[in-house]
Design a protein around this ligand. Structure first.
Ligand code: XMP
Length: 516
């Protein structure tokens, strides 16, 4: 394992990703981690970048034990400056913040490479016993190495794709210098994770978990099923604002195709009655989040009651409900381990946190070490059908945040139909996998149209399709015009109540992906 200590850079998780792409397992921890308290011995340590300056009063600093652990160290940007700060080099402010490409002259190779810089401070003198191995026009100590120990510092960011040979730099460090073996593969992960789940869950006791039809919960459910079979019980809540036929489809896929023990609860009446007349998006999110918890708890209680009965009757008891499965992914973990605390919330993306306190369930999170594309790879290996593994994300509050006015059954039906035509045509055109997320939005305005000889006065659908790496930023997708023409014509012809279709050409930022 490579330990990456995070000083709060926006790129820290990318260092983790690059290591894993080299099949080396890497874990990110806050820079405040006490190294004596680690429950594993890392083969190398990488110190990340940071928005701070090492001389700031509140600047984060690493546990000085990092230098006595006897393992290779690589400091990146602030990580380099932190090494200098601890080892008595010196760091000073640049005249201008340097942001963008620079040419790094690699002294030993006599060649220069493009690298990505993003810093306001830089080394003005390396610590004693370090020598220069690379420089740029403005940074005389852009890369340094210790004279005898495997300690390195670089000013540029090898983890971003803008540093074309950055992955080689990380590869040299983790493979050649730390001597990690490139053996972390998804096949190995599955085997280990199933064994880990079996060990945690023993031979008795049930696990419950919510599924939504999305890739994360499906993969987590399938993995649990592989590990403990029928002792895992999945619950799907139909909240009345799912996509067209979603409840039924998910039930068939998970239960019939994948063999997962699944209960589908139709709670649409309850959700829609609580949503009545509500227009405010955050209010909608809150209502859906809370109602979800109520319904899920009620269902869990039923499963627990049945388990108790079974126990009493003494027949082939699978035990009581002891664990709650969550499809938490690594980015959520990273967010919550930050030494600064979670970042500012723009929209409250609900999660099943704090659930079922009374039942004292223990959490089980088999995907907590994985990034989204790793979950997809895992899904493929678990023989989950490709169209499911490649599915676009769908928000928990569902169509409620895509109906811009109050949510009614009628509005839901209109949007479901328009959305299903849109997605069907995207699939037919073979474009689904090029798009990160596509959906229709129902606007709360009416526009005039003409049908036959009659004037119409009906609602408007907005279509959204974006391409994005991580949904923090997104670009609108450029459709071939004939595909848009077909979609528009089908929606206006087949969806009663709609006489106009528009296409959203806004990027994130300044817009967001969803309209609410
Ligand atoms: P925004 O609109 O914030 O969307 O640019 C970024 C990604 O997050 C999804 N999203 C949500 N997911 N609950 C969710 O589970 C929510 O409340 C929520 N709001 C947005 C959105 O679909 C996109 O993928």
């Amino acid at each position: 394992t490579i330990l990456i200590l995070d000083f709060g850079s926006q790129y820290s998780h990318l260092i983790t990703r690059r290591c894993r792409e080299l099949n080396v397992y890497a874990e990110l921890m806050p820079c405040t981690q006490k190294l004596k308290e680690l429950n594993f011995k890392p083969k190398g340590i990488i110190l990340s970048g940071s928005p701070y300056s090492v001389y700031d009063d509140d600047a984060p600093h690493v546990d000085p034990d990092v230098f006595t652990l006897g393992v290779p160290i690589l400091g990146i940007c602030y990580g380099l400056q932190e090494m200098a700060w601890q080892l008595k080099g010196s760091v000073s402010k640049c005249d201008h913040r340097e942001y963008g490409f620079a040419q790094l002259q690699v002294l030993s190779l006599g060649e220069s490479n493009s690298v990505w810089m993003s810093h306001g401070d830089q080394l003005s003198a390396p610590p004693e016993e370090f020598h220069v191995i690379g420089k740029t026009q403005t940074a005389p100590y852009a890369a340094i190495a210790h004279n005898s120990k495997p300690w390195y510092g670089i000013q540029f960011h090898p983890e971003v794709t803008h540093s074309p040979r950055g992955k080689e730099v990380i590869g040299r460090f983790v493979l050649n210098i730390c001597k990690c073996s490139a053996s972390w593969t998804m096949e190995e992960f599955i085997g280990k994770e199933i064994a880990r789940i079996r060990q945690i869950c023993g031979t008795k006791g049930r696990v419950i978990g919510a599924v939504s039809g999305g890739v994360d919960s499906t993969v987590a459910a399938k993995l649990m099923h592989e590990a403990i079979g029928d002792r895992f019980h999945a619950i799907m809540v139909d909240n009345g604002v799912l996509r067209k036929d979603e409840g039924k489809t998910v039930y068939e896929r998970l239960n019939k195709d994948l063999g997962v023990n699944l209960t589908l609860v139709d709670a649409s009446d309850l959700f829609l009655s609580r949503l009545e007349g509500v227009e405010d998006p955050e209010q909608k999110r809150k209502i859906i989040g809370n109602t979800f918890i109520n319904v899920f708890e009620e269902e869990a209680t039923k499963i627990e009651a049945a388990a108790k009965e079974e126990e009493k009757s003494g027949k082939e008891a699978k035990g009581r409900v002891e664990w709650l499965l969550q499809g938490t992914l690594y980015p959520d973990v990273i967010e919550s381990i930050s030494f600064k605390g979670p970042s500012a919330t723009i929209k409250t993306h609900h999660n099943v946190g704090g659930l079922l306190k009374d039942m004292k369930l223990k959490l089980i999170e088999p995907l907590r070490e994985l990034f989204k594309d790793e979950v997809r790879a895992l899904g493929r290996l678990l023989s989950i059908p490709p169209h499911l593994v490649q599915r676009h994300p769908f928000p928990g509050p569902g169509l409620a945040i895509r109906i811009l006015g109050p949510v009614t059954r009628d509005q839901v039906r209109i949007l479901q139909l328009a959305d299903s035509i849109y997605i069907e045509e995207i699939r037919k055109a073979g474009l689904y996998n090029q798009i990160s997320q596509a959906f229709a939005v129902l606007l709360p305005v009416k526009a005039v149209g003409v049908m036959g000889d009659k004037r119409t006065y009906e609602q408007v659908i907005a279509l959204r399709a974006v391409q994005s790496e991580d949904f923090m930023t997104a670009d609108w997708y450029v459709f071939p015009p004939e595909v848009l023409r077909r979609i528009s014509s089908r929606i206006t012809n087949e969806v009663a109540g709609i006489n106009r279709v528009t296409y959203d050409i806004s990027s994130k930022p300044p817009s967001t992906v969803e309209w609410l």
